[in-house]
Design a protein around this ligand. Sequence first.
Ligand SMILES: *Cc1c(COP(=O)(O)O)cnc(C)c1O
Length: 372
Amino acid sequence: MSAPPASAASDAAEQLPRIRSALDRLVSYKQGESVRSPEGHTFPLSANESPYEPIPAVVQAIHEAALGINRYPDNSCTDLISEISARFAVPEDTIAVGCGSVGVSQMLLEAVAEPGGEVLYAWRSFEAYPILTRLSGATPVEVPLKDEAHDLDAMAAAITDRTRLIFICNPNNPTGTVISRSDIETFLDRVPADCLVVIDEAYIEYVHDDEAPDGLTLRPGRPNVVVLRTFSKAYGLAGLRIGFAVGHPTVVEALRKAFLPFSVNGVAQAAAIAALRSEEALIARVETTVKERERVHHALTEQGWRLSSSSANFLWLQLGDQALAFARHCAATGVAIRPFAGEGVRVSIGSPAENDAFLAASATFPTTPSHP
Ligand SMILES: *Cc1c(COP(=O)(O)O)cnc(C)c1O
């Protein structure tokens, strides 16, 4: 065996390519580690994915589209945009598709953010926001959550004439809280008309709270509101990377300019169309997940854990400095969850068997459950 080459970084004299300073404070997105029980079991509850295999109609569409992958995909996503337009009753020129809603978020930042500008969001929230903001060169402005939810008063007070974009994650990842229609409307009324507000509704299909708005109904009369949706969660297509935005045609035109050519592949487009056409079957699965969410929530309460209610396909346990130990304890039984050191853990709702594996782990955590 030959020795591995010495790290180039150790050679101080070597001249290296110049990297943008915006990347200095950026840590690359960390995916949950894969874990395995001593018996070889893995229960993946760390990424809020759908626990279900794709339905046959989607598999069929993927199979057919696969036969055409020697060709470039439709760069304009024409068929998918027409399908989304019909399904959500929004004009085609208000829809932009991207490589996951993370891809669409990046397009949004490419369209409006730049060095000197500020991007505002609640924290803790979706981990992609700080990464994409720093990549754009803009300055992140993070407003702490209040009781695990968006503090919209503090966010409104944090708006400056440099604020270019505001992310609102509703329901919030990782805490699962929702903002009511009246609260979000009051907030939107306080945002300057030239500042974009992106309402990220990655989990809207799991919301069963009558007070929570469908972001699309907030758009009329508010050209600065963009709604983000994804096929990764309720539609079960996380592996294919496809999502979309609905916004004012001027914003959508800018988004299409900021689109990385061909970054939404033809297999993903075909699968998304098939998923929209099979919505009944997918919604039935969402309902099962919502029932499981309530079952797991109840079981955790019985075990002595205190947690607030979640409107998404995950639960949030505020564990403070026990978060990492709790996640390690779960990992030892093959249950992968998402810890945030010093804060808490996010546990996705999976299949009933996966959820039972998690509940068995939480029941045997050696420390008495904390009551924050
Ligand atoms: C999972 C998630 C998404 C989805 O991202 P994709 O790129 O579409 O897979 C978007 N926003 C939030 C808040 C999420 O948790």
